[in-house]
Design a protein around this ligand. Structure first.
Ligand SMILES: [Fe+2]
Length: 493
């Protein structure tokens, strides 16, 4: 059934055929790995599977009551009220902290790093759902959302591209091994990628989802505060506090797009229902509060050791005995890892409740030229450190001291095109970008991109070539960033 609501926007009621079962994780990687070359298209199998998955998740979302208003007129006041409540609750949190309350979210530093890994599948497709709107660039009601997407992509500036920023954050703290998480870590990311490729059919759901995603949640504020306190750069999170603001930021644009897209002569009630369903779609899968609560220091450490055992089982000599057994023997039984850790404590190799420097085992990992140097990444080292300390209270409870000040906004990327005068033709603008695009790294892709643009002299033609390179899979690459810069330049004219 098709609802014709206005000149450009068609509402197609999703058919509720039984969805195919597909693991979120498998679909997530399939959608990201299917780069589709410059067209940014996914294959037919991924298309049908992701559509089924989206329908399934929308059905789940339909049962989640988050207080979405029954009347569209109430929407602005509801959002304003939510924003005020968030501000008040954050004030209450800060007052508590200043009065000496402990951290609310992160028991220790490895807990915070665990959180960064757990939400990585979602953060690494930040903004993806908006990709599905690029082809509507001529629709003034959608333009603010395309602008939002371009800003998520840093307008082609790698230092401001949210996905690139999050990748750098993970790498900086040794948290970039996130791919082995369970299926539930990938559900939100898979939803966002599915929306990216079904923007036509699910437009009301997409703009409803965007409305929900761009609201300022309390957990974002607290997360930024406590990461800073634990010496972890909170920039990615604090950036979203400012960029999503309800006054002029993405939250404002999100609301305006819902109001602008509301049908004038079509089925308003159905539009409203579908926007609400999309709004609720933000709550499927594992969200920030659940990700934080799911941490168990000892279980996480045992998981890491079991993981190491798979690789290290055959690599230890038999000279070293723990409780009369060789290390290789211990590691051949992953179920006995907890016993191994107890044996290491009994033998005095690990001294819990003391500074890790007092533990011989710690030095086997950390000292230069130590036998296990480099085996544990930054996150895993922090886990072991916190577990040996055996008391989160010993961790720093220093109030946020702004170690990580807001980074200066980079308005110009080295080698990126400088501003051009108005009145220049599209072909001249493209040639300008082709000349000035940085040729670091995969310059072959950048050259190939501009070869595809040879002879193009209209926005429509240029966008037809460029859009695919702005896909969630392509945009954080050198050619994707070059395409985003050119797209942003043309879009603003
Ligand atoms: Fe973002």
């Amino acid at each position: 059934m098709t609802y014709s609501l206005s000149t450009n926007i068609q509402l197609v009621a999703p058919s509720h055929s039984p969805p195919q079962q597909e693991g979120s994780k498998q679909l997530y990687f399939a959608l990201l790995e299917e780069r589709g070359g410059i067209a940014g298209q996914i294959g037919e199998l991924e298309r049908s599977t992701s559509r089924s998955f989206l329908l399934e998740q929308l059905n789940v979302a339909a049962e989640i009551d988050v207080g979405f208003p029954t009347e569209m007129q109430s929407l602005p006041s509801m959002l304003l009220n939510d924003h005020d409540q968030t501000a008040q609750r954050y004030r209450h949190y800060l007052d508590g902290r200043h009065a000496g309350s402990p951290r609310r979210y992160f028991s220790c530093r490895s807990h915070a790093m665990y959180f960064l890994r757990t939400v990585a599948p979602t953060k690494l497709v930040d903004g993806a759902w908006l990709y599905g709107l690029l082809e509507r660039w001529q629709d003034s009601r959608i333009s603010p959302l395309i602008q939002t997407y371009l800003e998520e992509l840093g307008c082609g500036n790698a230092l401001q591209n949210h996905v690139v920023l999050y990748k750098q954050l993970l790498a900086r703290y040794g948290c970039d091994k996130w791919q082995d998480g369970p299926d539930e870590h990938f559900t939100q990311g898979a939803v966002q990628l599915a929306l990216a490729h079904h923007g036509d059919e699910f437009l009301p759901e997409l703009i409803g989802f965007n409305l929900g995603y761009e609201q300022l949640p309390l957990h974002l504020l607290i997360t930024a505060y406590e990461l800073n306190e634990l010496d972890i750069d909170p920039y990615y999170f604090s950036l979203h506090v400012t960029i999503d603001n309800a006054s002029t930021g993405h939250a404002r644009k999100a609301l305006q797009s819902v109001l602008d897209c509301m049908p004038r002569i079509g089925n308003v009630a159905e539009f409203h229902r579908r926007v609400g369903n999309g709004y609720q779609l933000n709550h499927v899968g594992m969200g920030t509060p659940q990700a934080i609560k799911s941490f168990d220091l000892e279980q996480e450490l045992l998981r890491v050791f079991a993981d190491k055992a798979l690789i290290g089982e055959k690599l230890h000599s038999d000279y070293c005995l723990v409780a009369g057994r060789s290390v290789s023997d211990w590691l051949s039984s992953p179920d006995e890892i907890a016993d191994l850790l107890r044996a290491l404590q009994s033998a005095g190799w690990i001294r819990r409740g003391e500074n890790p420097e007092q533990s011989r085992f710690w030095h086997l990992l950390m000292d230069e030229q130590a036998p296990m140097f480099g085996v544990f990444n930054g996150y895993e080292q922090q886990l072991l450190r916190d577990w040996i300390l055996d008391d989160a209270g010993k961790m720093s409870t220093t109030r946020a001291i702004n170690r990580f000040r807001r980074r200066p906004t980079t308005e110009h990327v080295e080698g990126a095109p400088t501003a051009m005068q108005s009145g220049t033709t599209i072909a001249q603008i493209i040639a300008h970008h082709a000349r000035e695009a940085p040729r670091l790294g995969a310059c072959a892709d950048v050259d190939a991109l501009f070869q595809q643009l040879a002879g193009v002299d209209s926005k429509a033609e240029a966008f037809a070539v460029l859009s695919g390179m702005l896909s969630p899979a392509n945009h954080p690459t050198p050619a994707g960033l070059a395409a985003t810069r050119l797209y942003t330049d043309l879009f603003s004219r």
